[in-house]
Design a protein around this ligand. Sequence first.
Ligand code: FE2
Length: 691
Amino acid sequence: MLTNGQTTHLPYSRILVVDDVQTNLAITVEMLKPYCVTVDTLTDAMKAVSVIRAGEPKYDLVLMDYLMPGLDGVEAVQAIRNEIGTAYAKSLPIVALTGNRIVGNDAMFLRHGFQDAMSKPIDANRLDEILRKWVLHENPENTASPALATHAEPAVGFDIPGVDCDRGLLRFGGNDDAWRGVLASFVDHATSLLARIRTAPGEKELQEYATVIHGIKGAALGICANSIGIKAGALQTAAEDGRIAFVRDYHDRFVTEVGALVASVSAALAAARSPEPEMAEERKAKIDAFAGEFTKSLHSLASRRQQRIVLVDDNLTNLAIVRNMLNTLYRLHTVATGEMLFELLENIAPAIPDLILLDIETQGSGGFETLKALKANPKYRWIPVIFLTAQKDELCEMEGLALGAVDYVYKPLSAPLLQRRIENHLLIAKQNQTLHEQAEDLERLANSLHDMVVQKTEQVVGLQNAVLGTVAELIEFRDDVTGDHVVRTQKFLKLLIGRMEETGLYRQEVEEWNLELMIPSAQLHDVGKIAISDAILNKPARLTPAEFEIMKTHTTIGVEIIERIAKQTEDHELLRYAKRIAGTHHEKWDGSGYPYGLVGTTIPLEGRLMAIVDVYDALISKRPYKNAYSPRDAEQIILEGSCTHFDPELVRIFSDVSDQFASIATESGGAGSPGRPGFVAVLPAIGRVAS
Ligand SMILES: [Fe+2]
């Protein structure tokens, strides 16, 4: 205590000073030096709460900055008074340090649990008053107001542009060493802060920027550089209000002015203490290294802050504690209940959070119900959820994990542990997302390949049909068949098979067929005619028995040709149908057909079907040796062939669709047209036309 030039020592007292601005801490420490009091300093209110919770060491007084990032002074005092709850914590004198102490504020500080308040920059008289009142417990009314000792010799050479050195020195009772210590602290602190704002901030960095400018403001006001302090205040407010244009316009000029102030203070200090070049170099290297580290950590912070975390907790102290732990690392949103969480999620969509911290004991629907609701929603189910709980309970933990929580963290929370767990789960979530994206890429690729395969298959089938069609046309050309026989037979087949599907006739066989291959394969039914001579094939008269025997071989030759093709290619389903049709389309139900004389259902169904279609089409077509039959006559011949030539069940099916057969026959224009004279032969001609 400085009274009439005499110092009162307080060697058994201990004071804790909490301020996020390092220069302010240095100033306070320097101002307390004459009292020989033990002083501890912290830049983090959360740590102050922990120290007081621990109860060791015990403090006689706490000087607490009112406004701090993270957990601020008011929140810290509330935590100390209400959460810790010990007699020591409830009665510990805590004095607010404020840069904005105005009339009426004192009542506000008392209401928030402070015992007193003191303006910054700290005035030595006011500090003395506080110490007497709260450490020595003197009654100020009984004590004469202390008069500060005045230093007889003001510091030599301390004329720093922008700094009110006289006033600053006066605040330290003329203690020149203390004043120089504070100025040196300003140089260190301001240099490190400047390194963090080399470029003007983006909109997302404004809050971070405001925190740095707040530090510069405190440091400047601490050394009575009031002009810079006021400008910093304006810039801080603009950044907090989101006035980006103002901040960007003003940024460069401000940084230049602060840089000039740092240089002036640094030069004045150097001049006053007869600098040693080695020391100056060492100091510069230290400052550079420090600035470099800060820049790196700023970049790291910037990238981490892109990630969004939501904390659900209805305990104000917990909210403040976690906010203090994470606010500088992530974009943190806090809500009190699960219902509010979903409101927030809807409001901030599509910026879905990267992680949720969920208090189990939270009010409203409760942590487990909130987790269930999150996991039931496809939009939110992948967000990692970490449960926070004060209860260490294995069953509870198992239930939470079973519901989909990724982890549990117990209270009281440890900042490094919580941060590390969050980092781990964010990393896992990111890896999961990468895997998910890769899976989606693979699926897209697979779909694309599938589309390509489908497209290629269509091309191959198209080509196949074109080849089949061409071969069939060649056969028709040699056989002197007119009209679009190939197209018609396929239409007839489709009609019969369609009706079979409707009625369920021979359901099992039909279901096993691949109709896209089976129907086109019918085009090869007469491929064996390639080997039959023109003399027989195009003979405009009835064939002799010997010629007819040769003609019959077109069935077995057709089978051979198809087998040869099959050997040269892969065993194709289409060729299997084709072989069966070519080999059996002249077999008859009663066993009188050729080449094998098969009976009834021993004739493959494909051959039995083709028999009806082939005969019907031959009947309605004009050939060199006959006229075309009318569809009605052709129908009659098919009906009469039931049980002898044709499968009676298939004939029944045919009769169901015979009108549609007639329509196709008429549309194609081949039916009913007159043939060449002399070649008309009705029933006797069947054996010929069906060859
Ligand atoms: Fe034939």
